[in-house]
Design a protein around this ligand. Structure first.
Ligand code: NAD
Length: 463
């Protein structure tokens, strides 16, 4: 029955797209304004849902979810008219008289599949791009944030055009059924493993995909070049904020591990401990400023990472586990084995390994020995090192001297490369991600160059 409903919804989306109504600027703007109204009117309900599903504090929920949606929709509304204008493409003189333009057209019917860690922004942010580009959309939020998912199911039809934007709830079975259908574009946020499933399913219909995946985002901490008392404190705050601040380490762009010179390791650990205490108190379990681990399965997965005796022996801070409340302290580990699961898999939890190097320049080789990260966070004032990191490593992005903030910059493309993802979005990049750029060329009838036609002869080769 449920799958029959999905098929009916999809048929209606296709019908609506064919009607052409989603193509007008007016329709797109109305939907974006309605989305702004939705998050404005239901801010408190959203705070409750995010707290219920993940233990997010309203400040964190505003920063990472509601605020992100407001920012993106407002940005799109301000620029949409310009983005939609055809661009001129210059044509070689030999074709004169001729003109060329690039027209952005919507793909058609789009599927957006979201993850649970930012269950509102990571479906509504791509939705803003899909609407801006004039598509009809089916959204499948993550079943692991159930209140957020049912909020979207129940609220979106009251604000957005229900014939063009639909929400379907469900888990793996629903996702797989959706992936078996023909879409004009799939936008997926989630794990590498499921990313592969999505890509394989899309291949059946040659559907273009954007994959926003994860990986291990390293922070390079070059304390040799940052020595002032004040600056080293900023480094520590930004690392603690970028590790435990967004969803308690359950974030694709959260800091996964640190690279630091051996001689600075203890100093850095002491500073990090200081700010963990300052942000989350002596007993982080009691803090209302740190999220909980989403569910039992993930709790056990993170706990398993610590089970390896060589890994648990490397704990230098935290390590407390509350089985009943599924809570794990902000935990720092010094030089855990590099072949342990902790160092080979994305951690996606509140554990922070620190790997020491003799020279910070070795961090480049260290990063290049693994899959391409989504982001690299180098903290350094050394211009030579900065240049080397940008030119000698590959990652979705590099943010110097801070963490996470790149996600909020609509002028920068956001996305991974290699195993951390395929494609990018945010700002105009979102519009482009959900559009096909159609090349439109027009020629006059004269002059006509006869040498372009057979029969061929040596004179035509010279021409
Ligand atoms: P996930 O891949 O388990 O699930 C994502 C979505 O896929 C969910 O909606 C789920 O219902 C669906 N799904 C799960 N199993 C499926 C299957 N077998 N077939 C089809 N669909 C299936 O990911 P998650 O646990 O929700 O999120 C965590 C992962 O997402 C991490 O790896 C993280 O790095 C990544 N992530 C990336 C970004 C980004 O912007 N790059 C943002 C958030 C999370």
């Amino acid at each position: 029955m449920k799958m029959e409903r999905v098929d009916k919804e999809l048929a209606e989306l296709r019908h609506t797209f064919r009607s052409g109504k989603t193509r007008s600027l007016a329709w797109r703007e109305t939907q974006l304004k309605a989305l702004l109204d939705l998050v404005h009117d239901h801010q408190e309900t959203l705070f409750d849902a995010l707290h219920h599903d993940l233990g997010k504090h309203p400040v964190e929920s505003f920063r990472d979810e509601i605020g992100v949606v407001k920012k993106s929709a407002t940005h799109s509304l301000a620029h949409l008219k310009n983005w939609m204008k055809p661009r001129t493409g210059s044509i070689p003189l030999i074709f004169f008289p001729a003109s060329g333009k690039i027209v952005s057209e919507p793909f058609g019917v789009v599927l957006i599949i979201g993850s649970w860690n930012f269950p509102i922004s990571l479906v509504l942010d791509p939705l803003i791009g899909a609407i801006s580009a004039g598509n009809t959309v089916l959204v499948k939020p993550s079943e692991l944030a159930p209140l957020c998912s049912s909020f979207l199911l129940n609220t979106i039809p009251n604000y957005l055009d229900p014939t063009a934007i639909k929400v379907v709830e469900g888990g793996v079975e629903t996702s797989q059924h959706l992936l078996n259908q023909k879409w004009d574009k799939i936008f997926f946020t989630g794990s590498k493993a499921v990313g592969r499933i999505v890509l394989a399913a899309a291949a059946q219909h040659l559907t273009p995909v954007t994959l926003e995946l994860g990986g291990k985002c390293p922070a390079i901490v070059d304390l040799t070049s940052i020595s002032s008392h004040y600056d080293t404190r900023i480094v520590a705050k930004r690392i603690v904020g970028g590790k435990w601040g967004p969803c308690s380490g359950q974030a694709c762009i959260g800091v996964d591990y640190l690279l630091v010179e051996e001689k600075h390791a203890q100093f850095l650990i002491d500073l990090l401990k200081k700010y963990i205490r300052r942000f989350y108190g002596e007993h982080p379990k009691e803090s209302n400023s740190i999220c909980r681990i989403v569910n039992r399965r993930n709790f056990e997965r993170v706990q398993r990472l610590l089970k390896d005796p060589a890994v648990s022996a490397s704990i230098v801070a935290g390590g407390f586990i509350d089985e009943e409340r599924q809570f794990i302290d902000p935990t720092i580990l010094l030089n855990p084995p590099l072949d342990s699961e902790l160092m080979t898999e994305e951690i996606f939890g509140p554990l922070l390994p620190i790997i020491t190097l003799n020279d910070i320049g070795e961090s480049i080789e260290f990063i290049n020995s693994g899959p391409k990260p989504l982001t690299i966070y180098p903290f350094t004032k050394d211009e030579k090192l900065k240049k080397m990191i940008v030119s000698e490593t590959s990652s979705g992005g590099v943010t110097f001297n801070d963490t996470m903030v790149q996600f909020l910059c609509d002028s920068l493309p956001f996305g991974g490369v290699g195993e951390s993802g395929l494609g990018r979005y945010h700002g105009k990049y979102s519009f482009d991600t959900f559009s096909h750029e159609k090349a439109v060329m027009e020629r006059g009838f004269y002059p006509e160059l006869e040498p372009r036609y057979p029969p061929w002869n040596s004179f035509k080769l010279k021409f």
